[in-house]
Write a protein that binds this ligand. Structure first.
Ligand code: AMP
Length: 385
């Protein structure tokens, strides 16, 4: 057990790290953050800030020296960095689980070994393999880089001759290869966030997610769907957590059609679809993660209200020193909460914040969250450089 008063290290300085730092501090732990130069919202909440790139092994070792336990808030931490930390301090979730989920092809093999369905797909390293896979899978398909994908990045949709030749031209351009996947005609997308610590396992009931251009747009909780599909989603997440020997929380993203559930991807960390647990659950995903990695009892993942929804607030243009307009009208609505990540630079489609709405049910909450988010707008502000 890592007692309060100890220090928790975080690899990564984004909004997930920032929201993780809130319960870390609340429970009396110190926070150490390693983040590269640039706009890193978690650094403002750090007791020890290390500004260095993620492949700087000396910096990773320094983070470990400051910390009693280390975690990460994004899964593209280089394997050598994770190992350098894990040689010195406990790293949760493990470097093994991190490496497994960094590569879409290894992730697929791991899931297949557990008898869990994924989108039909093939590992692709050469143009010849791409052509053969496209014939086997048909169009539309998605070409995804095996490493480094995030928020739909590193992904191409292949739906006609022109997009196929554009995708073919990309094959030699990345390290680590690709996965070509058939497009799944899903009815809805679900995610399950599961927490595990020692033998204790607690999962949040499934969240229902809508994406726009590969980026999460809206999450609603509880999710809609047949009782069988919802039960299967939970079973899958729990099986993955046990087989991956999870310590901490992880997110399993899934496609659902009827009663059939297949896994899209795994993220061994707190996740955007779980932000609504801050106001909506008895214990948030962030507090749950801290409890798990510190060996403390896990909290209740129950939904506290009839329904809750989260809408992401994305940037539109590229500019610095932004201010948010519309917050007063938003906060005049009961049960509506604003989270802004403190990023100084707005960029098109950058995650700047989110809105959570509590409602009588998920429909009500979703309508309120979307309405509230739609009335927000960023403005440039004059400030000396
Ligand atoms: P990813 O980065 O793999 O999570 O993909 C982002 C989003 O693109 C997913 O949440 C889906 O909405 C969509 N998507 C990805 N892969 C597929 C697929 N094989 N079939 C249909 N939609 C997909």
């Amino acid at each position: 057990m890592i007692p309060p008063g100890s220090t928790i290290g975080i690899l990564g300085g984004g909004q997930l790290g920032r929201m993780l730092a809130v319960p870390i501090r609340q429970m009396g732990y110190g926070v150490a953050v390693l983040a590269p130069l640039g706009d890193a919202p978690a650094l403002g909440l750090a007791d020890h800030a290390i500004r260095a790139s993620f492949d700087d092994l000396d910096a990773a070792r320094r983070l470990a020296e400051f910390s009693d336990v280390v975690t990460y808030e994004f899964e593209n931490v280089p394997a050598a960095t994770a190992r350098a930390v894990a040689e010195r301090r406990p790293l949760h979730p493990s470097a093994r689980l991190l490496e497994l989920t960094q590569d879409r092809n290894r992730e697929h093999d791991f899931l297949a070994g557990l008898g869990i369905a994924t989108a039909p797909g093939r590992e692709v390293h050469t143009v010849g393999e791409f052509d053969a896979a496209l014939v086997a899978l048909g169009m539309p398909a998605r070409l995804k880089s095996a490493l480094g994908g995030y928020d739909g990045g590193g992904q191409l949709r292949v739906h006609d001759a022109a997009s196929a030749s554009a995708a073919r031209a990309r094959i030699p351009t990345v390290e680590g290869g690709w996965r070509l996947e058939a497009e799944v005609p899903f009815e809805r997308e679900l995610s399950v966030i599961v927490a595990r610590s020692g033998q204790e396992l607690r999962a949040y009931a499934p969240f229902e997610n809508q994406h726009q251009e590969g980026i999460l747009h809206l999450t609603r909780w509880p999710a809609r769907g047949s009782p069988r599909s919802l039960t299967r989603a939970l079973e899958i997440a729990e099986a993955v957590a046990v087989a991956g020997d999870l310590c901490g929380v992880m997110c399993v993203e899934m496609f659902v059609g009827g009663d059939e559930v297949s896994v899209n991807e795994l993220a061994p960390r707190v996740h955007n679809s779980g932000h609504l647990t801050i106001e909506g659950a008895a214990v948030s995903q962030f507090e749950q993660h801290v409890r798990a990695i510190c060996g403390l009892p896990l909290g209740s993942p129950e939904c506290r209200v009839g329904g809750v929804a989260m809408a992401n607030v994305l940037g539109n243009v590229d500019r610095r020193h932004v201010r948010l307009g519309g917050a007063a009208a938003l906060l005049a609505e009961p049960g509506v909460h604003l989270h802004l990540y403190g990023k100084d630079r707005e960029r098109p489609r950058r995650k700047m914040g989110h809105v959570t709405a509590l409602g009588v049910d998920a429909d009500d909450a979703a309508a309120r969250a979307l309405r509230a988010a739609a009335n927000l707008s960023f403005m440039g502000a004059d400030r000396a450089e």
